[in-house]
Write a protein that binds this ligand. Structure first.
Ligand code: GLP
Length: 258
């Protein structure tokens, strides 16, 4: 195993933890290690984990550990991060259905402990506020794992998302809709809106893990970690939490970082 740990100062002077690891398999394993540690220390933790291509390997690793009896997820409170507006778990082209297939069902999570983004709420403002309250009722997020969209989004917080944003419905960019259509071989029409935990919802977590892999993310990862902290690159706001952020990235993704 080759990995390189470093700490990097942020604007506030505190330091995020940066791990540049050899490859995707290492990103997956190390992210699973952090999640395992958090859950072992706090079995009833409220956590959120992302969808997308990046976390697939991490989920395989977690499912293996759960099925081997090494990791117990049965008391975890799982909060979904984002969802297409108007789609729910019963829609096979929803993010929640994907998550159900890849992780929630294979891991045997109790449905009482799985909290869906209220993407079908009659009143989105009320639904979003209730979701935030539900997170608070479970003690706040102990852990948030996020991936990085090609335009710097985290969850579905698109460019322009304010640092103090909370769970809400927002317009998806064409770039994100195209990126997401690729998950379905271009065959699903992606809604033009999504509901996502906000930037502040994510930043409030006790620990945040950013996972990024592959050369296609090199430019946006550089902008995220080394460019200005700005709503134009929502992921850059992660740097404001200092040592509560662990970035786990592979060498290809880190290739443009100085
Ligand atoms: C998607 C999701 C994000 C995800 C990101 C990166 O659109 N809404 O939660 O982290 O984009 O996806 P991927 O890992 O497939 O590159």
């Amino acid at each position: 195993m080759t990995h390189d740990q470093a700490t990097r100062s942020n604007e506030a002077g505190s330091e995020l933890h940066m791990h540049v690891v050899a490859d995707y398999a290492e990103v997956s394993r190390m992210a699973a290690d952090v999640i395992t540690r958090v859950v072992q220390e706090n079995p009833e933790a409220a956590i959120t984990l992302p969808t997308g291509e990046t976390p697939r390997g991490m989920y395989q690793e977690l499912v293996r550990r759960i099925q081997d009896g090494v990791l117990d997820f049965s008391r975890v409170q799982f909060f979904c991060l984002d969802e297409y507006w108007g789609k729910g778990v019963d829609d096979e082209t929803s993010l929640t259905a994907w998550l159900d297939d890849v992780f929630l069902r294979p891991a045997g999570l109790d449905s009482d402990h799985v909290h869906f983004v209220p993407s079908l709420a009659l009143d989105p403002v009320e639904g979003a506020a209730a979701y935030e309250q539900e997170i608070e009722r479970h003690g706040g997020l102990r852990l948030a794992v996020v991936g990085l969209g090609p335009n710097g989004h985290i969850g579905f917080n698109e460019p322009g998302s304010p640092v103090d944003s909370r769970t809400r419905v927002l317009e998806l960019t064409k770039q994100s809709r195209n990126q997401n259509a690729a998950y379905y071989d271009g065959e699903s029409s992606i809604p033009d809106k999504a509901m996502t935990m906000g930037i502040a919802t994510i930043l409030d977590a006790d620990l945040i893990v950013l996972i990024v892999s592959g050369a296609s993310k090199a430019d946006i990862l550089k902008a995220t970690l080394e460019g200005p902290i700005t709503a134009d690159v929502p992921g850059s706001f992660l740097r404001t939490v200092g040592e509560r952020l662990i970035a786990i990235v592979d060498q290809e993704a880190a290739s443009k970082i100085s």
